[in-house]
Design a binder for this molecule. Structure first.
Ligand code: GDP
Length: 372
């Protein structure tokens, strides 16, 4: 549209071009950096007030949500200075931690994990509990986004003052993510959250990792065409303290009951995840809330029994020792691969190995000499 006025045409427009030729040229702006308009005045940058370890400690113990979130950010940081501060904070919080029940929840995408957490989380908040939701998702470091622990997936729970939802840290490898989640758990326990739900997605190694940091492990599944049991790995079933067949509502209800019996039949022959317990299957509907209270009763009874038998404390002790070993392994591995001599010789040794001039044992022993 030129409103009847003939606009001056830029030089590159062919002489015989009609009026529909795109020739609209905007006036330039008097720009600053990269073409953006220069701001009138430099805006003041907002700098967060730095907190001392005592400030963090007090804030967390007082249940101050802003400070809890900042303490978790500190714990999740990879910077060396932050790591030292985080360790000092964790040390102070440890005497106040450990009072919660830690529950792992796994299941394939679409099995209803977030709907279930929303349902059980709200039920618990209504019953005087304080609930924290964490996610362990190593894939988040690859996709730069997480499908777990997303607040929008737990709409009501995320607005409740009794709940705290933290998405998966983007910590790179699973070991890093797990370390951060374990320490976050300590912060949240010290802040008074008495139920910690740790969500993970059903893909092998992350399930084993979450199992190693919780007291109770819940496997969420759904009923389908009847062949779902074949797809379910025996190893994963042996990690679970309960298998919950979700979406047992409407027409699916009867099918879910059949699936439950099938699981129970198989579970009978498997190794239980917790000494002295029998893992069983149950049904629920996260959507209608059917079975939610029942599964909570089962978890509560489990906790009561294993606390009484000593298995609860024993498991936590074993987890702590395993965690320490895992951290030592991680540290040593990093030391090794960061070593200048290893870096310089690794390609040559690898090549010699591939040419058949060295055995793997010879290669390893040569590189390990770098550390001595
Ligand atoms: P996630 O990927 O495991 O977290 O699964 P979601 O919680 O996002 O659920 C996937 C889909 O299943 C959503 O459309 C939910 O509304 C639906 N869903 C979850 N739980 C139930 C349930 O108990 N019954 C029915 N009918 N649908 C459900």
């Amino acid at each position: 549209m030129n409103n009847g006025k003939k606009r001056k045409r830029p030089r590159w427009v062919p002489k015989d071009a009609d009026d529909h030729y795109t020739t609209n040229v905007m006036d330039g702006i008097h720009s600053g950096h990269e073409g953006f308009e220069r701001p009138e005045k430099k805006k003041k940058s907002f700098k967060r007030q730095s907190l001392s370890i005592s400030d963090y400690e007090k804030g967390v113990l007082d249940g101050d949500r802003t400070i809890i979130a900042r303490a978790i950010t500190l714990v999740e940081s990879n910077s060396k200075r932050h790591r030292e501060d985080a360790q000092a904070l964790i040390k102070r919080l440890l005497p106040h931690a450990g009072q919660s029940i830690r529950i792992g929840i796994t299941g394939m995408p679409g099995s209803g994990k977030s709907t279930f957490i929303e349902a059980v989380g709200n039920f618990l908040c209504d019953n005087s509990h304080r609930v924290a939701v964490l996610a362990v998702d190593p894939s988040s470091s690859i996709t730069k986004g997480s499908i777990l622990g997303d607040k929008t997936r737990m709409a009501k729970l995320s607005t409740r003052p009794e709940a705290f939802i933290r998405p998966s840290p983007s910590g790179g490898v699973l070991g890093g993510v797990a370390r951060k989640s374990r320490e976050t758990m300590i912060v949240l326990e010290a802040a008074g959250f008495d139920v910690i739900l740790v969500e993970t997605v059903g893909v092998g190694q992350s399930e084993i990792t979450v199992r190693s940091m919780v007291d109770f492990f819940l496997l969420l599944t759904i009923t389908g065409a009847g062949d779902e049991l074949q797809g379910m790995k025996k190893g994963v079933m042996e990690l679970a303290d309960a298998i919950l067949i979700n979406k047992a509502d409407g027409e699916n209800r009867r099918k879910a009951e059949v699936t439950k019996s099938e699981y129970n039949r198989i579970l009978h022959y498997l190794q239980p995840a917790t000494k002295g317990r029998e893992t069983k299957a149950y049904t629920c509907s996260a959507l209608t809330g059917d079975g939610i209270e029942e599964i909570w009763d089962i978890i509560r009874q489990f906790e009561k029994d294993v606390r009484a038998s000593g298995v609860f404390t024993q498991r936590r002790h074993t987890q702590d020792v395993d965690w320490m070993h895992a951290m030592i392994d991680e540290y040593l591995q990093k030391q090794f691969y960061d070593d200048e001599c290893v870096k310089a010789n690794l390609p040559r040794v690898k090549e010699a190995l591939l040419k058949g001039e060295m055995t793997p044992a010879m290669g390893a022993s040569e590189l390990l000499k770098c550390l001595s």
